[in-house]
Unconditional design. Structure first.
Length: 99
């Protein structure tokens, strides 16, 4: 999507326990902002400070959220099918396991 990003993940743990969603979000935003600014030859903020996260509880919720994310560019009119959207990546084997 041109104005937001969806990520579905299962956080890993380190020696301190599960890595928090805010830490994951902060890392993704920081690394991607550095790369975007370098590529575009600019500096400054790329992402808004806000974020929204939701903990999924159960396979049924996961299936619905994956379907929502995969169909998001189609609903927005950016692609005819999810497979046609250039910026969409998913692990096909994982999607098939939860489908």
């Amino acid at each position: 999507m041109p104005d937001h990003v969806h990520v579905i993940c299962n956080p890993l743990s380190d020696e301190n326990g599960p890595i928090s969603i805010p830490e994951i979000t902060r890392t993704i935003k920081s690394e991607s902002a550095h790369r975007i600014n370098k590529t575009l030859g600019r500096a400054g903020h790329v992402w808004q400070d806000e974020s929204f996260d939701h903990v999924l509880r159960g396979d049924e919720s996961l299936r619905k959220k994956v379907a929502y994310v995969l169909e998001n560019p189609v609903r927005a009119g950016l692609a005819v099918s999810a497979e046609d959207y250039r910026w969409l990546w998913w692990d096909q084997a994982l999607v098939e396991r939860i489908a």
